[in-house]
Design a protein around this ligand. Sequence first.
Ligand code: ZN
Length: 674
Amino acid sequence: MRKMHFVRVSSLWLLILLVVVSIPLGAVSSQTAQESAVVAAVYYDSQDQLNSIGSKYDVWAVHADQGYVEVLLRPEQQVALAKAGFRVEVLREIPATAQALLDPRYYYYDNYVSNSNSRYLTTWLQTINAAHPDLTELVDVGNAWQADHAGYHRDMWVLRVTNEDPMYGPIESKPAFFLYATIHAREVATPELVIRYINFLLDGYDGLGGYGVDADVTWLVNHNVAYFMVMANPDGHVQNELNTSAYRRKNMDNDDGCSSPSSWGVDLNRNHSFLWGCCGGSSSYACDETYRGPSAGSEPETQAFQNYFATIMPDQNGPNGDNEIPPAAPDDARGLFISLHSYSDVVLWPWYLPGYPQPPNVTQLQAIGRKFADFNGYNPSGTIGYTVDGATDYWTYGKFGIASFTIEVGSSSGTCGGFFPSYDCLDGYGTRDFWAENRPVFLYSHKIARSPYTTVYGPDTLSPSISDPGEGEAIVTLTATIQDQRYGSDPLKPVMGAEYFIGEPGLDGLGVAMSPTDGAWGGTMEAVNATIDTSALEPGAYYVLVHGKNGDGKWGPFSAAWLNVGATQPTVHVGDIVMGYKLVSGRYRIGADVPVFDQNGVAVVGASVTVEWTLPNSKTKIQTALTSATGKASFRIVGRTSGTYTVAVTDVTATGYDYDPAQNFETSEELVIP
Ligand SMILES: [Zn+2]
């Protein structure tokens, strides 16, 4: 500890010395500027100019309203752009000497770079797969580039989540949701969102979700299938773990003619084999950040993904060639694909390819993209603003007809902006909450995967609920709200019907009809109800799935509630404990939120939670707090040192409930402050 402290102080002194020395020596500092990469504003006058910058340079963000793009430029690129007549304004320098490990609260791919929180994606995937043998399968779909060229073996992992019990039908016939992240290695917030959604499905996350706890999650895991590729560019990701100033975006392929280690690699999001290199949306120069590779699908990462995807997803828009615009996928096409990127807070869908017609399903893609934006508040711009070819979602839609999207997560500036946002922005400890913003997008995508192109037009079902039957009573009341919800001022449709199914999602229109509580259909929001006679049902827990339809006869996605037949004394349990910290005036302010739920997964207000903290010096501290209106008990302590802080729940009491620790998602949680 003492030694670490000494090293930190001395390197800080070195930094101060360097700064002090370089300021008065103009010649030295200007030479440093020549050597350093810069982030610059490059102004453009036309769409053609924007496309030409986007096809070659490392564009970080488009500021269309101000007519410039934010671009990372190496010195020679800065000169070339200025010579070509572009107005280039340096926003900031990226000193070549600055080197920082990725914040170890972020997952690292494996232990190639040591993570002080021991957060390694590969280990985590293997652990969660082992913990849920009937719900998950971890598939090694191929190698990243360095495995077969540079001696660093990194696998391309896909985690499949579905109940493997054949009573839920063959997995290949279940509607599939594919969530994919980190094709651009430095976009480090994106794998974290996938990890959270996997946790949300299997064990619950931050007090929500959990198989067997949350009714929606439970039917989705049983009747749908989800595929997760958390890191699509592992070789590149470890470069950012080592040094966030590297801004590594591409893979590590170094034999295509670029000899500079900082610039070699293929932009995997320009390498996919649908209309590869068609349209001036990528570069043929191996050192460019948008280098498309020597041929379509040339990279092992691309091949691993494409080959696996083709085995699990049906081709629904006819066998079109790699360079052929397909016919429209039918309205009942299944499956949904999302590729997560950073940053700019936009929702994109295929495609913007000058010289080619729009995708045949563009109206439906737009409708889904705008629904996403209604949930996460991002801008549904559809296109990033300049031409891109060889992108993942162009391939998944172009070749398979699957509804496909790109979501760019994070602000353009500020602590929650850029490629390396503060980790606090993931769970709402910062000014943003990326997880809360996107959880409803993922859940909605998972739900509509059975028929995205039609279900998107239907209304949403909110807060379905089932009354507790009285003692010896068999009749319960099911209620819900059916509401059409659209982005911005997109026109709303009237709600004209609702129905429910018990135990499995049925076909549209074949369920048990529900009634409008006000006696008449036709509002854009309708409270609905039905009575259910449970006397013929075996004792147990059932999910009841509710959905509504609009005036065009389009049914929306299901939302589910638990129906407990023969239920006994209600119980409470602890959900997922979330910890965070802030460094304020040399002290760590450490927080732990402990959510409490009843047996139906409903938050319990006013429960008394007792925890025991264990501090880095092994001292302990007991605290008790009541759950607030959100069902969470909040605990706060101030710590003087870095190290491991543990919080363990020792008791929960709530009037009218038994505490059932066997149902806890978590009983303790650990936070390592590096
Ligand atoms: Zn990206």
